[in-house]
Design a protein around this ligand. Sequence first.
Ligand SMILES: O=C(O)CCC(=O)C(=O)O
Length: 244
Amino acid sequence: MTTIGQPRLTHLEHADRYGYYVQRGLISAEHLARIREAFARLQRDVKPEWDKPFQTYYPNVIEFDDAFADLIDHPGILEGVFQVVGQEAQIYSNEILVSKPNQGTMAWHRDKMSIGRHCPNQFLKLAIFLDHVAVDGGPTGVIPESHLDIYKGEEFYHHKIDFTAGPGDVLAFGAATLHRAGFHSPNRPNRPVIFLTYVPWWMKQPDYYTGRTCEKLLKSASPLRRQLLGVQLRPGVSLDLHTA
Ligand SMILES: O=C(O)CCC(=O)C(=O)O
């Protein structure tokens, strides 16, 4: 967004107004190199939960390698998450979705409408990009302002943004924001994206999320990380008293 003298919107203001926000180049080159190495190993050593012609899905990746786990409490990521979700944020899910060349697009959809209907941005999904994603390379798309009327769908489609990402970019959007993976041309490579979803402490984590009981993660976890994993709120954060 261009600034012409006035302050930029905060992540919270951008999410409230448009249903998403963007952080360009947030993840350092050094961290991205670790992530790429871990992702190559993941593909070699782990059977995906599903492998469809258009998409491959690896859940719970933070348990596989610290390169992924170190994203959950990355200060830049938490800056936006704490603004939007609150200081009592915890992880809801964490996965890698690999879009594959398929000559089509995913359908526009909203995630978890039972949450999105009431508190759209309290279910905040972050797409973290490893590589450049071209407009025909399976870009994640969002529709600005589609979170403002959950009873409308198609009416919004022509306002779409196909997010052409750079390495280390983050695109965050709420449960009621229409989104999809866009056109993925046969000439483009597979497109991995790490998705981290954060919710407030009082929201239930799903059964398929297993990080809360992962010994490997818990043994070295800081109080902040224990909170994010869903174990215990960190000292100074209370549901009855928070200042963010
Ligand atoms: O892979 C993408 O870019 C979109 C993924 C998506 O629609 C979802 O996670 O619900």
